[in-house]
Design a protein around this ligand. Structure first.
Ligand code: DOR
Ligand code: ZN
Length: 343
């Protein structure tokens, strides 16, 4: 089989940034995905519906001519988010509310300091059926960075999911065996996104022949046993697991720094990387459900009607891409991809 045609996929976790950076990266996603769940961690964060709607307009204005790509907007949750903002988000068609523990990752400083403090907001979200999207890592400096997801699940997520039995929850970018096990065993309405890097790389990729800043993201890559568990979840056919690239572009200068930013740019190969991983596992026939059905079903959106075709043909990945007045180093820079898009 040298070509693969899928229902057009959705990227259920994407960072598009703003301004010249947005203009530089948006086409990569729009060529591959019909829709994307767009993260709200801009500066300032999108804590109001008005800010999110204005951002949506900037995304639509930056789309390549003729593109029908649809950004699905999310709200940035704070301990001060009023119920009326959540109700307005639901009414405006926003698809979820993102919980960033304060200090956990890029632009999370306005996030949540104490998970219990947002229980009133979660009550409202449960009542109006507005999903909660979770960056699931504790920030407790006493917890080892490689254990932060597992500890978050135990300390915060398990109690939250039990306390709000009607709340739909996505544990974003799962990276561990514990994350997979939690979601698999959880009640209906609990799901997880999976990135291409956490499927295909373990933490060895951070130190391959030297320090590799372009393999640094949060949650950080984990041991091989965790990568294997995440891959198995993606391949399992379980509708609780779906595609979310977490493509998170940073200027090369901010990655090549004494305190390099977290984030991997993967939108240039946002479906090709998954095709490669599924094919290597002998499960290419499972890709369509993971990429094009499970996310739409979770978000209660119609599945896309168009298709996307990939051809098995090696494709070189450039060393860097234009990115405003800097450059952007994509995942697999200088290497090759096994599949390419048929436009
Ligand atoms: O690596 C990451 N980059 N993880 C996140 O949670 C945020 C993202 C970003 O916005 O750069
Ligand atoms: Zn993210």
């Amino acid at each position: 089989m040298d070509t693969l045609t899928l229902t057009r996929p959705d990227d259920c976790h994407l960072h598009l940034r703003d301004g010249p950076a947005l203009a530089a990266v948006l086409g990569d996603s729009a060529r591959r995905f019909a829709r994307a769940v767009v993260m709200p961690n801009l500066r300032p964060p999108l804590t109001t519906v008005a800010a999110a709607q204005a951002y949506r307009e900037r995304i639509l204005a930056a789309l390549p001519a003729g593109s029908d790509f649809e950004p699905l907007m999310t709200l940035y949750l704070t301990e001060a988010t009023p119920a009326r903002e959540l109700e307005a988000a639901k009414a405006a068609g926003m698809v979820g509310v993102k919980l960033y523990p304060a200090g956990a990752t890029t632009h999370s400083d306005a996030g949540v300091r104490r998970v219990e403090a947002i229980y009133p907001q979660l009550e409202t979200m449960q009542a109006i059926d507005l999903p909660l999207l979770v960056h699931g890592e504790v920030t407790d400096p006493a917890v080892d960075v490689f254990d932060r997801e597992a500890v978050f699940i135990e300390r915060h997520l398990a109690p939250l999911v039990a306390r709000f039995p009607g709340l739909r929850v996505v544990l974003e970018h799962i990276t561990t065996r514990e994350g997979v096990a939690f979601v698999r065993a959880a009640r209906p309405g609990v799901a997880a996104t999976i990135t291409p890097q956490h499927l295909s790389m373990n933490r060895g990729a951070l130190f391959e022949g030297g320090l590799r800043p372009h393999h640094y993201c949060l949650p950080v890559l984990k041991r091989e046993e965790h990568r294997a568990a995440v891959l198995a979840a993606a391949l399992s056919g379980d509708p609780k697991f779906f595609l979310g690239t977490d493509s998170a572009p940073h200027p090369r200068g901010d990655k090549h720094s004494a305190c390099g930013c977290a984030g991997i740019y993967s939108a240039h190969a946002g479906i090709e990387l998954y095709a490669e991983a599924f094919e290597q596992a002998g499960a290419l026939d499972r890709l369509e459900a993971f990429a094009s059905h499970h996310g739409a079903d979770f978000y209660r959106l119609p599945r896309n009607t168009g298709t996307l075709t990939l051809r098995r043909a090696p494709q070189a990945v450039p060393e860097s891409l234009p990115f405003g007045d800097d450059r952007l180093v994509p995942l697999r820079a200088g290497g090759q991809l096994a599949w390419r898009l048929v436009e």
